[in-house]
Design a protein around this ligand. Structure first.
Ligand code: GLY
Ligand code: MN
Ligand code: MN
Length: 496
């Protein structure tokens, strides 16, 4: 007699989970230091950032950093967890359900211990860790992150912190988390307990003691200036992203799909050890490039028109943001060349303004003037307002732990890392000659502001028309990569 499907289902689910999770997790025997990357941010980096935070905090204040919530992807499956960059920046802790308190001045507990920060972490739990991976736990937090006052999240409810003595309690907007009945120390519980301990009213916006405006200001001023340790990781993320662009330029063929191009970029990133991407990869062929954050990437043949690729590798928590727009057929057409050159010139004009002390607005204006003048000269736009429709976004932003990283956006300062990314997007049926329709070009580079100029971090991928065409003409290792045709019925049944 055979077992019914219903009886087998739990067994099937179990084996599926074992398959899904056991292959992704290193077994204890494998988990030696030699198997792990050696270039994570050291605990001294995070300690240094907390010291800088204390320096920037107002007198008699405490700042509370909250983890990001986890999110459901599918039944029994969660989205890959991305830590709140502030939690990672100030502590190095990368797991959910955690809370960090940083005090302006040293505190003393009832046993006479002195401390300036407290971290509440996920408790070690062998059963949970068998499914979803190892937790750092209390001891790991003390030894690996160097935070002596680390506690399990479940200890927060009985932990005595006298919030009433602080003139300012500084925190970001509360993340929305849903209660999880099984876990009594998840993020939801930690937030409830914090609100209760600090007596934070429902509408706290009118009370000056509860301050989430200065949270963003203080953290922006710190995070917008990159330290040498951060620069090492950003440089790597950017170079990896450029190598992804280069490999795709060499491998690209008009019969490829947008998804396949995305896969090539992300394969190269992972080959170099980048854990993921800092945002959804944007692979827009032809008119799809006009959708600024086009992430569907569903077109099955890119054809030989322009291909806009905005892809950023995330390496140890830092993301690049690099866009190249290339002729998928190998050579730029005449109209494509004209638009591309205009965007290139706008980018160059913006670069020229960059240096310590210059203004974002100056770079913005320099690029926009070139594009406006060019579009009017070409008869594509009649005036500035119409030109702006073809260039509907800002010139750039900070990058770092977030792709749109926190920053004050006034004066540029040495060691800020920013994107410069002008673009022109001309959808079909635009009010201009038909030869321009469907052309979308963005060129996006990552630059570090220096004392007297800038350092182009993304110089590894070509930007000039002739250099791009030359890169496309090169042979690729992927030219000979063939997969068998699928046997199951499909309209796309073909050899690759
Ligand atoms: N990749 C998103 C952006 O360029 O801002
Ligand atoms: Mn960008
Ligand atoms: Mn981008």
């Amino acid at each position: 007699m055979h077992t019914s499907f219903l009886k087998r289902a739990p067994l099937f689910a179990l084996s599926l989970f074992i398959t899904l999770f056991s292959f992704g997790q290193p077994s204890p025997a494998m988990d030696t230091d030699e198997d792990m990357p050696k270039d994570y941010l050291p605990k001294e980096f995070h300690a240094g950032r907390r010291a800088a935070l204390r320096e920037a905090m107002p007198d008699n204040s405490v700042i509370v950093v909250m983890a990001y919530p986890t999110r459901t992807f599918s039944n029994d499956v969660e989205y890959k967890y991305h830590p709140n960059p502030d939690m990672y920046y100030f502590s190095g802790y990368k797991e959910p359900h955690s809370l960090l308190l940083v005090f302006k001045t040293e505190q003393t507990d009832s046993a006479g211990n002195k401390y300036s920060e407290i971290l509440f972490v996920q408790k070690k739990n062998a059963a949970a860790e068998q499914w979803t991976g190892k937790r750092l736990g209390l001891e790991g937090s003390k030894t690996k992150l160097g935070i002596a006052m680390s506690f399990n999240g479940e200890d927060f409810s009985n932990f005595s912190v006298d919030f009433s003595k602080f003139d300012k309690i500084i925190f970001d907007r509360f993340p929305v988390d849903i209660p999880n009945g099984r876990d009594k120390a998840d993020l939801y519980d930690l937030l409830q307990q914090f609100k209760q301990k600090a007596a934070i009213p429902e509408d706290y916006s009118k009370e000056k003691r509860f301050d989430n405006r200065s949270y963003r200001e203080i953290t922006a001023k710190l995070r917008e200036i990159k330290t040498p340790e951060e620069m090492t990781l950003i440089r790597k993320a950017v170079e990896i992203s450029c190598q992804g662009q280069n490999e795709v330029m060499k491998a690209v063929r008009p019969d490829m799909s947008e998804m396949e191009i995305q896969g090539l970029h992300e394969f190269v990133h992972k080959k170099y050890g980048a854990e993921g991407v800092g945002y959804g990869s944007i692979i827009g062929s032809g008119e799809n490039g006009c959708t600024l954050h086009y992430e569907e990437n569903t077109k099955t043949k890119i054809g030989s028109s322009m291909l806009l690729m905005d892809v950023g590798a995330e390496y140890h928590g830092y993301t690049a943001d690099v866009t190249r727009t290339i002729p998928a057929g190998g050579k730029f057409g005449e109209a494509e060349k004209v638009i591309y050159q205009l965007v290139y010139d706008a980018q160059e004009a913006a670069f020229k303004t960059l240096k310590d002390g210059s203004k974002w607005a100056d770079a913005e204006k320099a690029a926009r003037d070139v594009i406006t003048d060019g579009l009017v000269r070409l008869g594509i736009a009649k005036d500035k307002a119409e030109a702006n429709k073809y260039y509907p976004h800002g010139l750039g932003h900070h990058i770092g732990m977030d792709v749109h990283d926190r920053g004050t956006y006034s004066n540029l300062k040495k060691d800020m890392v920013i994107t410069i990314e002008p673009g022109i997007y001309i959808p079909s049926n635009s009010n201009c000659e038909k030869k321009w329709w469907g052309i979308a070009v963005r060129i996006e580079d990552d630059a570090r502001v220096t004392e007297d100029g800038y350092e182009l971090l993304s110089h590894f991928a070509p930007r000039k028309i002739e250099d791009i065409e030359k890169m496309i003409s090169q042979k690729s290792a992927l030219d000979d990569f063939k997969l068998p045709a699928l046997k199951s019925a499909s309209p796309e049944k073909k050899a690759f």
